[in-house]
Design a protein around this ligand. Structure first.
Ligand code: PRP
Length: 203
Protein backbone atom coordinates (compact mmCIF):
# COMPACT_ATOMS: atom_id res chain seq x y z
CA UNK A 1 0.00 0.00 0.00
CA UNK A 2 2.74 2.45 0.95
CA UNK A 3 4.34 2.08 -2.48
CA UNK A 4 1.00 2.50 -4.21
CA UNK A 5 0.06 5.60 -2.17
CA UNK A 6 3.45 7.12 -2.89
CA UNK A 7 2.97 6.58 -6.60
CA UNK A 8 -0.59 7.96 -6.49
CA UNK A 9 0.60 11.06 -4.62
CA UNK A 10 3.43 11.64 -7.04
CA UNK A 11 0.98 11.82 -9.93
CA UNK A 12 -1.20 14.30 -8.03
CA UNK A 13 -3.81 12.07 -6.37
CA UNK A 14 -4.87 13.12 -2.87
CA UNK A 15 -4.52 10.02 -0.65
CA UNK A 16 -5.54 11.67 2.65
CA UNK A 17 -8.76 9.68 2.98
CA UNK A 18 -7.14 6.47 1.74
CA UNK A 19 -4.41 6.70 4.34
CA UNK A 20 -6.93 7.17 7.17
CA UNK A 21 -9.58 4.87 5.82
CA UNK A 22 -10.82 3.29 9.05
CA UNK A 23 -13.56 0.89 8.05
CA UNK A 24 -14.90 2.91 5.13
CA UNK A 25 -14.94 1.06 1.80
CA UNK A 26 -15.48 4.04 -0.52
CA UNK A 27 -13.06 6.93 -0.18
CA UNK A 28 -12.68 10.13 -2.14
CA UNK A 29 -10.19 12.49 -3.61
CA UNK A 30 -12.59 15.46 -3.93
CA UNK A 31 -10.05 17.66 -5.69
CA UNK A 32 -9.58 15.26 -8.60
CA UNK A 33 -13.08 13.78 -8.47
CA UNK A 34 -11.77 10.25 -7.93
CA UNK A 35 -13.53 7.60 -5.87
CA UNK A 36 -11.55 4.69 -4.46
CA UNK A 37 -13.42 1.45 -3.90
CA UNK A 38 -11.76 -1.08 -1.61
CA UNK A 39 -12.68 -4.68 -2.45
CA UNK A 40 -11.13 -8.14 -2.25
CA UNK A 41 -8.65 -8.84 -5.03
CA UNK A 42 -10.88 -11.52 -6.55
CA UNK A 43 -13.76 -9.00 -6.75
CA UNK A 44 -11.76 -6.24 -8.50
CA UNK A 45 -12.36 -7.80 -11.91
CA UNK A 46 -16.08 -8.18 -11.26
CA UNK A 47 -16.47 -4.47 -10.47
CA UNK A 48 -14.39 -3.47 -13.48
CA UNK A 49 -16.01 -5.91 -15.92
CA UNK A 50 -19.50 -4.65 -15.00
CA UNK A 51 -18.40 -1.00 -15.18
CA UNK A 52 -19.13 -0.38 -11.48
CA UNK A 53 -15.52 0.80 -11.44
CA UNK A 54 -13.70 2.28 -14.45
CA UNK A 55 -10.24 1.25 -13.30
CA UNK A 56 -8.90 -1.55 -11.13
CA UNK A 57 -5.59 -2.42 -9.52
CA UNK A 58 -5.08 -6.13 -9.05
CA UNK A 59 -2.42 -8.85 -9.19
CA UNK A 60 -1.64 -10.61 -12.45
CA UNK A 61 -2.35 -13.87 -10.57
CA UNK A 62 -6.02 -12.88 -10.26
CA UNK A 63 -6.17 -11.77 -13.90
CA UNK A 64 -4.75 -15.12 -15.04
CA UNK A 65 -7.15 -17.11 -12.90
CA UNK A 66 -10.35 -15.31 -13.91
CA UNK A 67 -11.62 -15.33 -17.44
CA UNK A 68 -13.03 -11.82 -17.66
CA UNK A 69 -13.23 -8.93 -20.10
CA UNK A 70 -10.99 -5.92 -19.47
CA UNK A 71 -7.99 -4.00 -20.81
CA UNK A 72 -4.71 -4.53 -18.96
CA UNK A 73 -2.95 -1.19 -19.35
CA UNK A 74 0.03 -0.82 -16.98
CA UNK A 75 2.35 -3.22 -15.19
CA UNK A 76 2.79 -1.35 -11.90
CA UNK A 77 5.89 -3.42 -11.04
CA UNK A 78 4.90 -3.66 -7.37
CA UNK A 79 3.68 -6.66 -5.42
CA UNK A 80 6.25 -8.74 -7.25
CA UNK A 81 6.19 -12.50 -6.78
CA UNK A 82 5.90 -15.59 -8.98
CA UNK A 83 3.77 -18.60 -9.69
CA UNK A 84 5.64 -21.84 -9.11
CA UNK A 85 5.21 -25.58 -8.84
CA UNK A 86 6.51 -26.62 -5.42
CA UNK A 87 6.72 -29.79 -3.43
CA UNK A 88 8.82 -31.85 -1.04
CA UNK A 89 12.40 -32.43 -2.30
CA UNK A 90 11.51 -36.12 -2.90
CA UNK A 91 9.15 -35.02 -5.71
CA UNK A 92 12.19 -34.50 -7.92
CA UNK A 93 12.61 -38.27 -8.07
CA UNK A 94 8.94 -38.81 -8.84
CA UNK A 95 8.68 -41.50 -11.48
CA UNK A 96 5.18 -42.80 -10.77
CA UNK A 97 2.85 -43.65 -13.63
CA UNK A 98 -0.10 -42.30 -11.71
CA UNK A 99 -1.69 -39.03 -12.70
CA UNK A 100 -0.06 -36.37 -10.54
CA UNK A 101 -2.26 -34.56 -8.03
CA UNK A 102 -1.74 -30.81 -7.85
CA UNK A 103 -3.27 -28.79 -5.01
CA UNK A 104 -3.84 -25.08 -5.64
CA UNK A 105 -5.91 -21.97 -5.05
CA UNK A 106 -5.45 -21.29 -8.78
CA UNK A 107 -7.01 -24.22 -10.73
CA UNK A 108 -7.19 -22.33 -14.04
CA UNK A 109 -3.52 -21.33 -13.91
CA UNK A 110 -2.43 -24.83 -12.84
CA UNK A 111 -4.54 -26.55 -15.51
CA UNK A 112 -3.23 -24.27 -18.25
CA UNK A 113 0.38 -24.73 -17.16
CA UNK A 114 0.31 -28.54 -17.15
CA UNK A 115 -1.72 -28.65 -20.36
CA UNK A 116 0.95 -26.55 -22.07
CA UNK A 117 3.52 -29.11 -20.89
CA UNK A 118 1.32 -31.94 -22.21
CA UNK A 119 0.82 -33.34 -18.75
CA UNK A 120 -2.53 -34.64 -17.62
CA UNK A 121 -2.86 -33.89 -13.89
CA UNK A 122 -5.62 -33.98 -11.33
CA UNK A 123 -6.28 -30.55 -9.83
CA UNK A 124 -7.37 -30.32 -6.20
CA UNK A 125 -8.80 -26.88 -5.37
CA UNK A 126 -7.97 -25.46 -1.95
CA UNK A 127 -8.68 -22.01 -0.50
CA UNK A 128 -5.41 -21.42 1.35
CA UNK A 129 -2.43 -22.90 3.18
CA UNK A 130 -1.81 -25.17 0.19
CA UNK A 131 1.73 -25.92 1.44
CA UNK A 132 0.20 -28.53 3.75
CA UNK A 133 -1.18 -30.64 0.88
CA UNK A 134 2.04 -32.47 -0.16
CA UNK A 135 3.07 -32.94 3.47
CA UNK A 136 -0.16 -34.77 4.26
CA UNK A 137 -0.10 -36.51 0.85
CA UNK A 138 -3.31 -34.86 -0.30
CA UNK A 139 -1.34 -33.94 -3.42
CA UNK A 140 2.02 -34.65 -5.07
CA UNK A 141 2.81 -30.97 -5.57
CA UNK A 142 1.25 -27.50 -5.40
CA UNK A 143 0.92 -24.50 -7.69
CA UNK A 144 1.10 -21.33 -5.64
CA UNK A 145 2.46 -17.81 -5.34
CA UNK A 146 5.96 -17.50 -3.95
CA UNK A 147 7.21 -14.14 -2.75
CA UNK A 148 10.05 -14.44 -0.22
CA UNK A 149 10.00 -18.26 -0.28
CA UNK A 150 9.71 -18.32 3.52
CA UNK A 151 6.40 -20.23 3.62
CA UNK A 152 7.83 -22.98 1.41
CA UNK A 153 11.06 -23.14 3.41
CA UNK A 154 9.38 -23.23 6.80
CA UNK A 155 7.25 -26.13 5.63
CA UNK A 156 10.10 -28.09 4.06
CA UNK A 157 9.04 -27.51 0.44
CA UNK A 158 11.15 -26.41 -2.52
CA UNK A 159 10.44 -24.81 -5.89
CA UNK A 160 10.26 -27.50 -8.57
CA UNK A 161 9.56 -25.19 -11.53
CA UNK A 162 8.91 -21.49 -11.88
CA UNK A 163 5.79 -20.79 -13.92
CA UNK A 164 5.89 -17.00 -14.42
CA UNK A 165 6.48 -13.62 -12.78
CA UNK A 166 3.58 -11.81 -11.15
CA UNK A 167 3.02 -8.14 -10.25
CA UNK A 168 0.17 -5.68 -9.75
CA UNK A 169 -1.54 -4.42 -12.90
CA UNK A 170 -3.81 -1.51 -13.74
CA UNK A 171 -6.89 -2.61 -15.67
CA UNK A 172 -9.67 -0.63 -17.35
CA UNK A 173 -13.31 -1.38 -18.17
CA UNK A 174 -13.71 -1.75 -21.93
CA UNK A 175 -16.58 0.73 -22.31
CA UNK A 176 -14.98 3.30 -19.96
CA UNK A 177 -11.87 3.22 -22.13
CA UNK A 178 -13.97 4.60 -25.01
CA UNK A 179 -16.42 6.80 -23.09
CA UNK A 180 -13.86 8.42 -20.78
CA UNK A 181 -10.97 8.16 -23.20
CA UNK A 182 -9.22 11.42 -22.41
CA UNK A 183 -9.26 11.20 -18.62
CA UNK A 184 -8.26 7.54 -18.57
CA UNK A 185 -5.52 7.97 -21.17
CA UNK A 186 -4.07 10.90 -19.22
CA UNK A 187 -3.98 8.77 -16.12
CA UNK A 188 -2.39 5.82 -17.92
CA UNK A 189 0.37 8.07 -19.29
CA UNK A 190 1.05 9.54 -15.82
CA UNK A 191 1.13 6.13 -14.14
CA UNK A 192 3.35 4.61 -16.84
CA UNK A 193 5.76 7.55 -16.58
CA UNK A 194 5.91 7.10 -12.82
CA UNK A 195 6.61 3.37 -13.17
CA UNK A 196 9.37 3.95 -15.75
CA UNK A 197 11.01 6.67 -13.67
CA UNK A 198 10.84 4.58 -10.54
CA UNK A 199 12.41 1.61 -12.29
CA UNK A 200 15.33 3.73 -13.41
CA UNK A 201 15.78 4.96 -9.83
CA UNK A 202 15.81 1.42 -8.47
CA UNK A 203 18.44 0.35 -11.00
C1 PRP B 1 0.58 -16.46 -0.28
C2 PRP B 1 0.91 -17.77 -0.97
C3 PRP B 1 1.90 -18.41 -0.03
C4 PRP B 1 2.62 -17.22 0.56
C5 PRP B 1 3.95 -17.02 -0.13
O1 PRP B 1 -0.39 -16.71 0.65
O2 PRP B 1 -0.25 -18.54 -1.18
O3 PRP B 1 1.27 -19.19 0.96
O4 PRP B 1 1.80 -16.06 0.33
O5 PRP B 1 4.68 -15.96 0.42
P1 PRP B 1 6.21 -16.13 0.82
O6 PRP B 1 6.93 -16.77 -0.32
O7 PRP B 1 6.68 -14.72 1.07
O8 PRP B 1 6.28 -16.97 2.06
P2 PRP B 1 -1.20 -15.56 1.37
O9 PRP B 1 -0.31 -14.83 2.33
O10 PRP B 1 -1.84 -14.73 0.34
O11 PRP B 1 -2.24 -16.37 2.26
P3 PRP B 1 -3.29 -17.50 1.87
O12 PRP B 1 -2.54 -18.79 1.72
O13 PRP B 1 -4.23 -17.52 3.02
O14 PRP B 1 -3.94 -17.06 0.60
Amino acid sequence: YTTLFRSFEEIGVDCTQLKNKGRKLILKDEKNNIEFILVKSTDVLTYVEHGAADIGIVGKDTLMEQNKEFYEVVDLKVGKCMFAVASLPSFKNYDGYNRKKIATKYPTVAKAYFKKNNEDVEIIKLDGSVEIAPILELSDAIVDLVETGDTLKENGLIIIEKICDISARMIVNRASMKMKKEGINNLIVKVQKYVDKNEVRVK
